[in-house]
Design a protein around this ligand. Structure first.
Ligand code: GLU
Length: 547
């Protein structure tokens, strides 16, 4: 068969370049020896998840700890899964977590010499190489319909054989010239498949940067390289792009490990050197004592948007993921709490080999710690940003009074005290924690543990003596006196010794005040809270609670 003629009939594009010319168009990068060129290659499906951030961090660290380059490529070959605005959302999400690309899609950089970074815009390159493979007899057209492929699958199922297009099932592999041209004349749609030379009896031993030595079976599947719309599959685009974008380290999820034999064969047939591969383990969670993969359907915490909406402190998420990425990180950070994360010597080889257990409680702890280390002004900025984007009109209004919020934060963060408080876990929760400081979001339920009369006596008693000029100890002495005259023990020890003689202890009396002023039996120092609220508002709340 005249393969040149066949290639021209299948891929008639007049504007294709000579495949080899791409070697000059995208020359080797002149990065230092040992420098990693990495990429994040998300599909714009509108769903960016924790696994993407986990990989992005590993990519970014691997590149930047070796003097390499980290770029963003958009894998938009699957038109059906494409979602409007998804690219912007990927970039916005990653930016929130401080991930910076050196080059790539939507990145304004003089380094953008390896683009376009959207796969759809690279169709010419893939088609040039597919054409060459056809000319070399290493790719062929397949006219099988969906029904025919279903039939093959059924046959394989019935015979318990490996599914796929290979061996005797590869019906179009040996079509005659006449069959091909008559199908073309009839306008039948076709895909281009690789003509695999592999044999599943052969094993390939290969070194994964994370998993170590792995033995895989050679590929014998005639995988699709160009779909019927002329757009490449992931396999073909991956191999061509990572070669010409000069990626030398591909970090990707372990779900791709099963396709590795296909990729290795494609690298070979195209005459390219494969990159170093690092297949990352999946993120897992424990549920009812059993480990399982985080799932898009069941676990909202898989989505990166979840963390933005819940107002996680971005650095906390990064620190937490770093502890998952390299087991030595936690120890390093304990020893170097003030050091920048970039000073940690990240190693791809030290990444976890199997299921990283995702622990939301641990992330929450880290988030509390990180937020508690901020200055109240910094914390204000962080919370305000959240309120402006995700809060309601009341939240946004509250955050126009910086001086008032900073006063609240001084209390919630324990600034000035010996030890910082860790009340704020994330922005959403922090903003809600402040609700009672504002009348329009203060909604108390007066459920006192003591009787109504005693509660009223405490409230009225304190109403009569409260003076915002009192310091903490005077404030407390006044409370004790009010408690005693309402029938409560002024000392807790006294109450313990003779509970029958009192309506309750001074703590119970304090709780009445606390509920009246904050709406809850738990709060930081009440005297300070009343000071922040101011005399008028504090007294109004005491009055409102008297029933
Ligand atoms: N577009 C692929 C994905 O989103 C990228 C896999 C890779 O990093 O090679 O899963």
């Amino acid at each position: 068969m005249d393969l040149k003629k066949l290639a021209a009939a299948l891929i008639p594009d007049a504007d294709l370049l000579e495949p080899d010319s791409y070697e000059q168009i995208y020359p080797e990068r002149n990065t230092a020896k040992g420098a990693y060129v990495t990429r994040l290659a998300p599909s714009p499906t509108g769903f960016i998840h924790l696994g993407n951030l986990y990989s992005a961090l590993a990519d970014e660290r691997a590149a930047h700890t070796t003097g390499g380059i980290f770029y963003l490529r958009i894998e938009d070959t699957d038109e059906k899964r494409k979602v409007e605005g998804a690219v912007e959302s990927v970039i916005r999400s990653l930016k929130y977590f401080g991930i910076k690309f050196d080059e790539g899609a939507e990145i304004d950089s003089p380094l953008n010499l390896y683009g376009p970074y959207y796969q759809r815009q690279r169709a010419k390159i893939y088609r040039a190489f597919a054409k060459r493979l056809i000319e070399q007899g290493r790719a062929y057209p397949c006219f099988c319909t969906a029904e025919e492929l279903d039939k093959i699958r059924e046959e394989q199922n019935a015979e318990k054989l490996t599914p796929g297009y290979y061996g005797k099932f590869a019906k179009c592999r040996n079509l005659s010239e006449e069959e091909i041209y008559s199908a073309l004349r009839a306008g039948k749609p076709f895909v281009i498949r690789l003509k695999s030379c592999g044999d599943i009896k052969n094993k390939i031993t290969f070194r994964d940067a994370i998993k170590g030595e792995i033995t895989v079976t050679e590929n014998d599947q005639d995988v699709v390289i160009l779909k019927s719309d002329g757009i490449p599959t992931y396999h073909f685009a991956h191999v061509i792009d990572d070669h010409f974008m000069r990626t030398n380290l591909v970090i990707r999820g372990e779900e791709w490990l099963s396709s590795l034999p296909v990729h290795l064969e494609l690298f070979k047939v195209l005459g390219f050197k494969p990159p170093v591969y690092a297949h990352t383990c999946s993120l897992m969670k424990t549920e009812n004592g059993a480990k399982r993969k985080l799932s898009k359907r069941k676990d909202p915490e898989l989505s990166l948007d979840y963390y933005r909406k819940a107002g996680y402190f971005p650095k906390a998420v990064v620190i937490y993921l770093m502890t998952l990425l390299n087991s030595g990180f936690e120890e390093w950070r304990l020893k170097n709490p003030a050091a920048d994360i970039s000073e940690f010597k990240f190693k791809v080889e030290k990444m976890g080999k199997s299921g990283a257990l995702f622990d939301l409680d641990k992330l929450n702890d880290i988030s509390r710690n990180e937020i508690s280390a901020l200055s109240p002004e910094e914390c204000f900025g962080f919370l305000k940003e959240w309120a402006d984007e995700f809060g309601d009109a009341k939240d946004r209004q509250h955050f126009t009074d910086k001086a008032y919020i900073v006063k609240i934060l001084n209390l919630l963060m324990g600034t000035g005290g010996k030890k910082r408080r860790k009340d704020i876990e994330r922005a959403e929760q922090g903003v809600r924690l402040m609700d009672y400081f504002f009348d329009d979001t203060f909604s108390p339920e007066y459920s006192f543990r003591c009787g109504k009369e005693e509660a009223n006596a405490v409230l009225q008693g304190f109403y009569d003596v409260y003076d915002p000029a009192d310091d903490n100890s005077v404030w407390f002495e006044k409370l004790k006196a009010v408690a005693a005259s309402a029938g409560f023990a002024a000392e807790n020890s006294e109450y313990k010794a003779h509970p029958e003689a009192y309506k309750g202890s001074v703590s119970d009396a304090a709780e009445v005040l606390r509920i009246a002023v904050t709406g809850s039996p738990n709060s930081p120092d009440l005297c300070t809270i009343m000071g922040i609220l101011g005399k008028e508002r504090s007294l109004a709340r005491l009055k409102a609670a008297i029933k």
